[in-house]
Each structure stands twice: as structure tokens, then as C-alpha cells.
Design a protein around this ligand. Structure first.
Ligand code: DC
Length: 641
């Protein structure tokens, strides 16, 4: 690729991601469908094709075998000849494409003779299990690495193949099998690596009318050919890991369309097997995958044996996680992929100052702050795309030979810039305000679970400051001293705990002395300024969140995405509070609530009022579920818009 600076500097994205993206078609599916279409008895139309160096290599080689095709945008029309192939006049060139090299070799054997070559890097990658199997079917083949010359063809039959090095060898034989007059009976020796890729191959074959029977350790394919099809290629699930991981790293939302729960690609499970356990909210439906991240990642140890192409993405996530992460089950990629991605990930993260080490069948990374460095990419698109993610927060990184992404995603660097351009500088906020006992806390907790958004009870912060100043004996009339106490305190409000200056005050802040004094403390302007700013920072760091309080929609986030004002009659609120506290003096409770309302609504700074544009919900006669559902609906329409 020309015109790119080398190294290319990837700068952090400030703000929260907010993008819906359609990615290029799956390289794996495209190269499989190109083969099935080439062998089909007529013209097939492939849509959503991911055009890249790899698919170019495949189409070029097919042309040399006498299969013509026309490309129009992302649609490719392929004129299959029912399994008839020309003996190529020149060498076939798989370039750097592993799937092309592997899938084309049996085709060459079907054609009868010819030579297959490839880029230097491809020549070093293994082909031996495949050449051995083809010899077993009667082909005469020289060499077990590219260039490979086939001197005599095959007609099918029964053969065994080693399954533990690369699933691509198995897929290669399967894809050609319907064009073998005798069909193919394949016995798999050992446990196949990357089983999802074999499943994908069988799915594409069946979509083109092949007769495939899968049994443990065996696959039978009848020599009944392929029917031409109109076939839509799914977006590439391995490529989708980069923007989805970006949402987890930067914070915010990224939705990938065209990929969902019915995906044929094993890598589509990256979100549930990696991003979710690292603390990111994941939503998968039929036709989309959405990730909402907070920028805070938990460490994870995971076996990526069946989705090993995602290892460089995992390396970047691990570099950002708060602790030590490991990947296992991927020892085999050290020799079969574009580069030794185990060693390369460790070397490049180390160059960035991230502590990491090679393990027996994977690597371990200790997440932390990185330093600026130019990472090497080993002519490996996935190393470039993965390592670039490290630069999205905490400081830039530089990427050497950025053009290597053309192998599968020529538009990757522009794509990252689009994510940056679409990022929001303000977080998505669901503000829930209202008086005591209106149902705020219950509703806020339920809605945050339902929407999988983090939740902040800002009242707990005012209570924590109140507790601290009462403990310290500070006079509540000394506004300067109370404000200073708020300023100096470190308050952490978790899902089920409240801690101020390392003291757990979860229970203490609900005691009557704090409840009686909190409205007085909350009326002090200096306290409000400090706490509001810390609430804003909390939400910004998370990208999207639910905040409940008295002034969220009016003062803390007057631009909140959705503002809800919950209310209920004083009688009902007193009844609810009495239920919570076990206090049966309902009249006293009513008086206390009314007094707190008066103080909160009449204070000078940011009094409790209905924010402009707020949806007012009187919960007196409503069920909690009804209220939560109504808010969820409003949120979906606002936050999605
Ligand atoms: O929701 P709660 O009862 O825990 O709130 C305690 C007090 O804190 C409440 O009486 C008013 C004050 N508060 C506030 O002034 N602003 C907020 N955003 C949240 C609570």
C-alpha cells in the first residue's frame, strides 16, 4: 500500500466510541465460496465479498485453471465448469494467502498437473500433511513446501490426514471432494485444531449442494458435484475483533452488523469468550454484535485454540487489563500462520514496555501503561491491526509497515479514523432523579442490570461525606470545612458497597444520624461542586452509565441522553421507607420525608426540580417492572439514535 507514513502513528481516541460498522466480507468464507463456485456446474453470484490480497490471489489462480469471474464492487460472479479445470500454463501463485495455497493444491491435482508457488513467507509455511494425503490419493507430488509441482492427478478415494497442524489441510481436501469422481472418505488422525473452521467449510459446501456426512474422526463426501448458488458472504469475524476490542479498550459502543448468533465463523464467539469475561457488555442477536465497554478491563486466562487468529487482538486487550492475562492452546500457530504470533506478540508488547512472556502453548501479559515505540509487524496483517489497538488509550504507538493490513483489510487505518471521528466527547447518560422513596434506587439498579450499564448512586456520595464530617466532628455550619472534607475525601461507590478513605461505610451511611444531616450537607455549594465533578469524571471514564440522584438531569448532566424524574405520593413513599427500615411510625416517616423534600427542593444550589425534557413517571400505582420496561424502551430509542 502506498501513501501511508511508515511507521504510522496511532493516537489515543479521546471520548467514547459510538459507531455502527459493516466490515469487509470474511476472507475465510470468500476463499471457500470461490472454490465451491468454481467447481459448481454453472454461474454463481457471491455478494459481500471481502476483496483483499488473499482473495485476489485465489481469483488469479482460478483464472489460470480456466475459471473466469467478474468483480463488481463487493459482488463476484464466478463461471463454474462442473469440476472441469484447465492444466495451467504458468505457475499458480498463492502469494501470502494460506487458504489459497492450501485450497488450490487439491484443485491442481484435480486438473492433473501444474505448479503452485507463493510469497517467500508462504513458502516457509507447512503443507506436508496435505501433500501426504494427496499422495495417498494417487497424486505424484514433489516437495512438501511451496513451490510444489503436481505431476499426476487424483480421482478421489479414501485417505487419512493429520488433523493437529492446520485445519486448512482438511478443508482443502473437503472443498475439492465433490469434484472427485469417486468422492472422498477422509479419516482424521488426532484431534483437529480449529474445529470451527472445518464446520465452516462443511456449511459452505452444503450451501452449494454437496453431500457431506460428518462422523467422529471421519468425513465422507460424495462425488456429486456442486450446484451454482447466489451466496452472501458474512462480514469477517476475525476482523470484527478489532473494532469490538476497541470499544472495550476505549469505552463506548461499537455495533458490527451482518454478523450474529447464526454466524458460521467461530471467531464470532470472541465477544462472549473474551470481551464479556473481561468486563465488557456484549449483546448478540441474529444479525448484529454489539459491545459496550467502559475502558476498564479485567484480566483473563483463556484457551483460544479454536479461534487462534484472534491472538494478537487478545494481546492488545491483555496489555490494557488490570492484572495478568494468559492465552493457552495456541502453540500450533507458531509455525502455521503469517508470523510466529506468540513470539511476535510478546516481543512487540515488551518493546512497548508491557511485561509479557512466552508460555508452553501461548503467552502471558501483565497489563499496564505502555511507552511509545514503533512495533514490528512481520508482514502480518493481524499483528499490525492488533498492536495498533494498544495506542487507542494511554498514549500513542507507532506501527511499522502499516501497509501489510492490505492482506485482509486494506481500509483498516481509515476505518480507525472513522471510529475516532464518530467518537463522542460526552458519555451516554441515563439520569434518574426524584425524591426519597420514589423508587429511584430500585429502578436504577434494575435498569442498569437490564441495559448492562454501570450505575452510580450519587446520594451515597452525599451520605458518605456527611458520615465523614459527622465522624470528624466538623460543624455543619462551617461550609468551608465541610467542602474541604468533600474535596479531600476519596469516595468509591461500588455496586454493593460504599467506601470513603478506605473505610467501608455501606451500612453506616444509612443510619438515622446520617439521614437526618445529609440534606444539610447536600445544600452546601462547595460540596456539590466537588461531588458533581467527580460524578462527571466517573461517567466519562465509563462511556455510558446510569446515574441516580437529585440533580443529575439538571446540574451534573444537563445534556443527559435520557432524563427520568420519578415521583410518588408522600404516603406511598413513607410506606416504602417504613418497609425498608422496619420503622412503623408512619406519621413520623411522612414528616421526615416531607422535611427532606423541602430541604432538597428549596436549597439554593441545584435544588431538586424536574429537569427540562425529563420524562416524569409517578410510580405510586405502577409496578417496578412496568417502570423499568418503559425506561428501557425510551433509552433504546434515544441511545441508539
Ligand atoms: O437518595 P438518598 O436518600 O440516598 O440521598 C441522600 C441525600 O443526598 C438527599 O436527601 C439529597 C442529597 N442528594 C443530592 O442533593 N444530590 C444528589 N444528586 C443525590 C443526593
Amino acid at each position: 500500500m502506498t501513501g501511508l507514513p511508515d511507521p504510522l502513528r496511532v493516537e489515543p481516541i479521546i471520548g467514547t466510541l459510538d459507531s455502527t460498522v459493516r466490515l469487509p466480507g470474511s476472507k475465510s468464507l470468500t476463499n471457500r465460496a470461490l472454490i465451491t463456485a468454481a467447481l459448481a456446474s454453472g454461474t454463481s453470484t457471491l455478494t459481500g465479498v471481502g476483496l483483499s490480497d488473499d482473495t485476489e490471489a485465489m481469483m488469479g489462480a482460478l483464472r489460470a485453471l480456466g475459471i473466469t469471474s467478474e468483480v463488481d464492487g463487493t459482488t463476484v460472479v464466478v463461471h463454474g465448469r462442473g469440476g472441469a479445470l484447465d492444466v495451467p500454463a504458468d505457475e499458480l501463485d498463492a502469494n501470502q494467502s494460506g487458504t489459497s495455497a492450501r485450497f488450490l493444491l487439491p484443485l491442481l491435482a484435480l486438473a492433473g498437473s501444474g505448479t503452485l508457488t507463493g510469497h517467500e513467507q508462504m513458502r516457509a509455511r507447512p503443507m506436508g500433511d496435505l501433500t501426504t494425503a494427496l499422495r495417498g490419493l494417487g497424486a505424484v507430488i514433489e516437495s512438501d513446501t511451496l513451490p510444489i509441482t503436481v505431476a499426476s492427478g487424483i480421482t478421489g478415494g479414501a485417505v487419512s490426514i493429520g488433523a493437529e497442524v492446520s485445519s486448512q489441510f482438511i478443508s482443502a481436501l473437503l472443498l475439492s471432494a465433490p469434484a472427485m469422481p469417486e468422492g472422498l472418505h477422509l479419516t482424521l488422525v488426532g484431534t483437529p485444531v480449529s474445529q470451527p473452521y472445518i464446520d465452516m467449510t462443511v456449511s459452505v459446501m452444503e450451501a452449494f449442494g454437496a453431500a457431506v456426512t460428518v462422523a467422529p474422526g471421519h468425513i465422507q463426501v460424495d462425488g456429486t458435484g456442486y450446484d451454482p448458488q447466489a451466496y452472501a458472504i458474512e462480514p469477517d469475524a476475525s476482523t470484527a475483533t478489532y473494532p469490538l476490542a476497541a470499544a472495550a479498550i476505549v469505552g463506548g459502543r461499537v455495533t458490527v452488523t451482518g454478523l450474529g448468533s447464526a454466524s458460521l465463523q467461530g471467531d464470532a464467539e470472541f465477544v462472549t469468550r473474551v470481551l464479556e469475561p473481561m468486563g465488557t457488555a456484549v449483546f448478540v442477536d441474529d444479525d448484529s454484535i454489539e459491545v459496550r465497554g467502559s475502558g476498564l478491563l479485567d484480566p483473563l486466562t483463556v484457551d483460544l485454540g479454536d479461534m487462534s487468529d484472534t491472538a494478537p487482538t487478545f494481546a492488545a486487550l491483555a496489555a490494557k487489563a488490570r492484572g495478568e492475562s494468559s492465552v493457552t492452546g495456541i502453540g500450533f500457530i507458531r509455525t502455521t500462520k503469517e508470523s510466529d504470533r506468540v513470539q511476535a506478540s510478546v516481543d512487540e508488547l515488551s518493546r512497548l514496555g508491557i511485561k509479557s512472556s512466552v508460555d508452553a502453548d501461548g503467552f502471558t501479559v501483565h497489563g499496564g501503561q505502555h511507552q511509545l515505540a514503533a512495533v514490528d509487524t512481520y508482514e502480518d496483517h493481524r499483528m499490525a491491526m492488533g498492536m495498533a489497538l494498544v495506542g487507542l488509550t494511554g498514549g500513542p504507538v507507532e506501527v511499522n509497515d502499516p501497509g501489510c493490513v492490505a492482506k485482509t483489510f486494506p481500509g483498516y487505518w481509515d476505518f480507525l479514523e472513522t471510529l475516532r471521528a464518530e467518537a463522542r466527547s460526552t458519555p451516554l447518560v441515563l439520569a434518574i432523579d426524584g425524591p426519597a422513596g420514589s423508587g429511584k434506587s430500585t429502578v436504577a439498579k434494575l435498569i442498569s442490570t437490564k441495559l448492562r450499564l454501570p450505575h452510580l448512586d450519587t446520594g451515597a456520595m452525599y451520605r458518605a461525606v456527611t458520615y465523614a464530617v459527622l465522624q470528624a466532628g466538623v460543624s455543619l455550619d462551617d461550609h468551608g470545612a465541610v467542602s474541604a472534607a468533600a474535596e479531600q475525601a476519596t469516595i468509591v461507590v461500588g455496586p454493593s458497597s460504599v467506601v470513603i478513605d478506605d473505610v467501608d461505610v455501606t451500612t453506616a451511611i444509612r443510619e438515622p444520624d446520617v439521614t437526618a444531616a445529609v440534606s444539610t450537607v447536600a445544600a452546601i455549594a462547595g460540596v456539590r461542586v466537588v461531588l458533581a465533578e467527580s460524578q462527571r469524571n466517573w461517567a466519562r471514564a465509563r462511556g455510558a452509565a446510569v446515574l441516580e440522584g437529585r440533580d443529575i438531569g439538571t446540574a451534573v448532566f444537563p445534556d443527559a441522553t435520557l432524563k427520568i424524574y420519578l415521583d410518588a405520593s408522600v404516603d406511598e413513599r413513607a410506606r416504602r421507607r417504613a418497609g425498608e427500615t422496619g420503622d412503623d411510625d408512619l406519621e413520623a416517616m411522612k414528616a421526615a420525608i416531607a422535611e427532606r423534600d423541602r430541604l432538597d427542593m428549596s436549597r439554593e444550589t441545584d435544588p431538586l426540580t424536574i429537569a427540562e425534557g425529563a420524562e416524569v413517571i409517578d410510580t405510586t400505582l405502577l409496578t417496578i417492572d412496568g417502570v423499568v420496561d418503559a425506561i428501557a424502551r425510551s433509552w433504546s430509542s434515544r441511545a441508539g439514535a
